[in-house]
Ligand binder design. Structure first.
Ligand code: URA
Length: 195
């Protein structure tokens, strides 16, 4: 029998808790929860906003249009999905892809907090305003709009954790805007620098 590492067990438990979660109303309209995906030993953890249509149908993060761009960006810096971890601020799709509500973020992010502390990545890449504000503020930084802070590295160093936060534009911003794809391609290079 394969024995699961402590981290794998913690991550599996979080996934199970997310599957059974009814803490906010989003469980009523979701098809599948999207807890997260990837290597529990990942050095780089990406945090997006919330599942969209395709993610909700498949239960996997970043598999729609933004996901295709995300995969291209990963490839451009020589990383593969199997060596990173991807999670979202919200684990269930908000109806019609509306923005996450404050209460939903407050209730749902205990899962994300546990994922971060189980995986302890060296670099946390936050995609877009919602993920960037949440993670920066959680670690005591003042969050500003992503247009101002994208590509800037924030260092976390305390007794429990030594890591860097790198806020970037959300790949969805590049779906209809090739200039944004260029910015993201440049900014993605900072992930390797931050490692
Ligand atoms: N956008 C996100 O923020 N997360 C996903 O998983 C998909 C699209």
């Amino acid at each position: 029998m394969i024995s699961l590492s402590k981290i794998e067990k913690e991550i599996k438990q979080i996934e199970q808790d997310v599957t059974n979660c009814r803490r906010c109303g989003l469980w009523k309209t979701r098809n599948n929860p999207v807890a997260g995906e990837g290597a529990v030993t990942a050095k780089v953890m990406f945090i997006g906003e919330a599942p969209g249509y395709n993610e909700d149908m498949q239960g996997i993060p970043f598999v729609g249009k933004a996901g295709k761009i995300f995969d291209e960006l990963l490839y451009s810096i020589g990383l593969e999905r199997k060596e990173i971890y991807i999670a979202n601020i919200l684990k269930c799709r908000p109806p019609k892809n509306r923005d996450p509500l404050g209460d939903e973020i407050k209730t749902c992010t205990s899962y994300l907090d546990k994922q971060i502390m189980a995986i302890k990545p060296k670099v946390i890449v936050t995609l877009g305003n919602f993920a960037s504000s949440y993670v920066l503020e959680k670690f005591g930084f003042q969050a500003e709009k992503i247009g101002k802070i994208h590509g800037k590295i924030f260092r976390i160093k305390n007794l429990l954790f030594d890591a860097r936060i790198l806020p970037l534009y959300h790949p969805a911003a590049a779906v209809y805007n090739p200039n944004m794809k260029d910015v993201l391609t440049q900014d993605f290079k900072s992930i390797i620098k931050a490692l």
